[in-house]
Design a protein around this ligand. Structure first.
Ligand code: C5P
Length: 305
């Protein structure tokens, strides 16, 4: 057992997000390709008498420090599973945009699992951590996994995807977040207007072979052309100004553009690091987003430093 340790965990962008019909349990079957990028949160766990959470970073004020924080839920779930008291102070140093469609909350949940397992000396297996992660949320297992992976089921059933080389991304962070359930709800509403939103009306989602080939070959232009997100129309419907952000990035020379996950962060693929810096400058000057970040990937999932 050690008295303090830190886990680094990356953000994600879904390079494909194919959404099936609404299931009886309210979730949607997915075929999604998660891609971990080098934008990180750090979660430090230290010995304490009770479970407490503090957050630092530009968006710290809007991150809950109560039991609705996924890191707190992760610590409690792990403690309950092993029959120990959830005694830890978790300090989250937050760099991933909050409620931005980049799995920031899920990342902190995954990091807390790894950190508390080590702090409490539980020795949980990787399989056990993945199972707990899947109980916490659909994106949490991928935050443990990292790299690039196909997510099926709710997104929690992962298969590693082959890639070569590095891809260069620009992220336009919007003012304010979007609620994931609200975006799925809007997707259902738009689909109902078009004829149906349930599993019998919407085709089963499937991974795009062109996108998988582009990743395997390290072909940024082909990946840019294959990016797709079934939640994008819903995110645009709830936040029409995102169309201006997407256009600004495309006009600046991005080779691919899409809303990240349920949004509102917009993700742009660039040819190389230099182009990414140039797209980032143009986006920052466009006045269509709150701030702009660049990041390369794929990068590993949650790791104990
Ligand atoms: O699993 P997670 O807690 O991250 O999901 C948040 C919400 O997003 C769910 O309550 C549901 O409304 C929606 N969701 C969904 N289908 C998925 C994943 C999430 O409808 N596959």
């Amino acid at each position: 057992m050690s008295s303090s340790l830190t886990v680094r965990v990356p953000a994600k962008v879904n390079v494909q997000l194919a959404v099936g019909g609404r299931r009886a349990d309210g979730f949607h079957g997915l075929a999604t390709v998660f891609f971990a990028v080098g934008l990180y949160d750090h979660v430090t766990a230290s010995a304490a008498d009770a479970l407490t959470i503090t957050v630092e970073g530009p968006d710290a004020a809007v991150v809950p420090t109560d039991d609705s924080n996924l890191a707190a839920r992760a610590a409690r779930l792990l403690a309950a599973r092993y029959g120990v008291e959830p005694r830890a102070h978790l300090h989250i140093s937050k760099d991933i945009p909050v409620a931005g469609g980049m799995a920031g909350g899920s990342a902190d949940g995954a990091a807390a699992l790894v950190a508390c397992d080590a702090l409490w000396g539980l020795g949980a297996s990787r399989e056990e951590l993945f199972e707990l992660a899947g109980e916490l949320g659909s994106d949490v297992p991928f935050s443990l996994h990292g790299g690039v992976a196909l997510g099926e089921g709710r997104g929690e059933r992962l298969t590693r995807v082959e890639t070569s080389g590095s891809f260069h991304w620009v992220f336009a962070v919007a003012d304010g977040g979007l609620s994931t359930p609200a975006v799925y709800g809007e997707c259902d509403r738009l689909r109902e207007l078009a004829g149906g939103a349930d599993e019998f009306s919407v085709p089963a989602p499937a991974a795009d072979p062109k996108l998988l080939a582009a990743l395997a070959e390290g072909d940024a232009a082909a990946l840019g052309a294959a990016l797709s997100n079934d939640l994008q129309p819903a995110a645009l419907s709830l936040r029409p100004s995102l169309a201006d952000t997407l256009r600004a990035g495309q006009d600046a020379g991005a080779i691919g553009a899409l809303v990240s996950g349920s949004g509102p962060t917009c993700a742009f693929l660039a040819k190389d690091a230099r182009e990414a810096a140039s797209v980032a400058d143009s986006l920052a000057a466009s006045g269509t987003c709150r701030n702009v970040r660049t990041a390369a990937g794929p990068v590993p999932g949650a790791v104990l430093l």
